[in-house]
Ligand binder design. Structure first.
Ligand SMILES: Cc1cc2nc3c(=O)[nH]c(=O)nc-3n(C[C@H](O)[C@H](O)[C@H](O)COP(=O)(O)OP(=O)(O)OC[C@H]3O[C@@H](n4cnc5c(N)ncnc54)[C@H](O)[C@@H]3O)c2cc1C
Ligand code: HEM
Length: 382
């Protein structure tokens, strides 16, 4: 891209960031009007509540800081690209997003949106889209299978008051599973206008009976989560679920030797598989788990069995309070793997850095967008 065009992009980013919410709103509105088929791919609850919709447009704006060296954003792109691949986002979708994002940008800039400025943005979007397309092409080539394939539900066990584990099987596909990865289910609930896609972490590396994942029933009444309620209430043994291949970059680094695993509530799911992998590799590991109370506590037998191999501490927040500084003292030399809600992740990262853990040794998987963290990564690696 010519340098005067790069200057145009850099000069317009601050104003666009200030009105990022308007861009997001206009972008999704025009895109879904012109391409209603995409309503099946994007989470429609997130369109009403939550931060997720902002992630896409804000990432485009934040990446503009690296316009002189787009290669620098590749590490941040990888986590997003895993989600895109899991959702079956394809190269042909990029021009659709680009066109509608430009409508949002034009609306925010108003009279200042000269043809020269809009040309520069169109070209820049094309470049950043190409970075994503290239990374995702590599992932499609190495994925265990293409698109969504049917799996039979062979087992459904209740692990706690609100968590159910599903074991699903398809003997025609082979997979090379890594602890920490997630599968993505595509469902079509009868009383819901669209298809819905959601990611669920694989909770065991043992696949003798099939792939295992566990789903927490989210919300109730008007706030009932679409897919988690459908899974709990409607999906039975013998039913078929469409799954895309395992994805994700929350993986154990086997070059490290001392691990600390931390999980909150249903965030135990990927961590259970990781602990299995760490024990199998004979790694020095500790596990700290926070959950509201005994009734909400999943994987009790599995955690008890871990306790025979590694240090396991379970804290019920209703009676013993939340995890805090003293729970982690003396463990600062360990590599940390955390999973839980966005709120849990943020609280843990704050406490751990205050205790003296190095930020680069803290790995995490929020059950939501990594947006805020990616934004900082893109911005701070400048
Ligand atoms: C990498 C990754 C791995 C994951 N792994 C797991 C896992 O192993 N197990 C698991 O259970 N989940 C996991 N999740 C979360 C999962 O993908 C879903 O987000 C979760 O099941 C909720 O989906 P849903 O369709 O039930 O809720 P949605 O319909 O998507 O709703 C999202 C949230 O909004 C709330 N809500 C709905 N309507 C309203 C309203 N009007 N006002 C306010 N709030 C509202 C819902 O209660 C819910 O909490 C993972 C997510 C990611 C990104
Ligand atoms: C350069 C262009 C793009 C950027 C920068 C981008 C960025 C992002 C980011 C940051 C997220 C959140 C990831 C997370 O959960 O951690 C996301 C999610 C998502 N993206 Fe993209 N994206 C781009 C293009 C696309 C395209 C072309 C499509 C398909 C039409 C797409 C579909 C989705 C979907 C469906 C989600 C999940 C969000 C939801 O379900 O609400 N994205 N994207």
């Amino acid at each position: 891209m010519e340098s005067h065009k790069k200057e145009i992009i850099k000069a317009t980013v601050p104003a666009l960031e200030q009105h990022g919410t308007t861009i997001t709103k206009v972008f999704y509105q025009t895109m879904f009007e012109k391409h209603p088929e995409l309503l099946d791919m994007f989470n429609q609850t997130n369109q009403k509540v939550g931060d997720q919709p902002k992630a896409l447009a804000f990432t485009v704006l934040q990446a503009a800081r690296h316009i002189d060296d787009l290669e620098a954003i590749v590490p941040a792109v990888i986590g997003i690209a895993h989600k895109h691949r899991a959702l079956n986002v394809k190269p042909e979708h990029y021009p659709i997003v680009g066109e509608n994002l430009l409508v949002g940008i034009k609306e925010v800039l108003g009279d200042a949106a000269t043809p020269e400025i809009m040309d520069a943005w169109e070209e820049y979007y094309g470049e950043i889209a190409q970075v994503f397309i290239d990374v995702e092409n590599g992932m499609y080539q190495t994925a265990d299978w293409d698109g969504f394939v049917p799996f039979e539900v062979v087992k459904k066990d209740h692990l706690s008051d609100d968590i159910v584990r599903y074991t699903v099987k398809n003997d025609t596909v082979e997979y090379d599973l890594r602890a920490g990865q997630y599968i993505t289910v595509k469902v079509d609930p009868e009383d819901y206008p669209n298809e819905a896609l959601r990611h669920y972490s694989i909770c065991s590396i043992n696949t003798d009976e099939g792939l295992q994942f566990a789903v927490k029933k989210e919300g109730s009444g008007e706030k009932s989560g679409v897919v988690s309620h459908y899974m709990h209430d409607d999906v039975k043994v013998g039913d078929t679920l469409e799954l895309s291949a395992p994805a994700g970059d929350f993986l154990l680094n086997h070059e490290e030797d001392k691990f600390l695993f931390i999980a909150g509530g249903v965030g135990a799911t990927p961590v259970m598989a990781m602990i299995e992998e760490a024990i199998a590799a004979d790694k020095d590991s500790k596990f700290i788990y926070s959950v509201q109370n005994e009734g909400m506590h999943p994987f009790k037998d599995e955690m008890k069995a871990f306790g025979e191999e590694i240090d396991v501490k379970i804290k019920y927040s209703d009676t013993e309070g939340y995890l805090t500084h003293e729970d982690f003292e003396g463990m600062e030399d360990r590599s940390v793997y955390i999973c839980g809600s966005m709120h849990f992740m943020n609280a843990m990262i704050k406490v751990l850095t205050e205790v003296g853990f190095e930020e680069e040794n803290i790995h995490f998987e929020p059950f939501g967008p990594k947006m805020s963290v990616i934004g900082e990564t893109v911005a701070s690696s400048n």
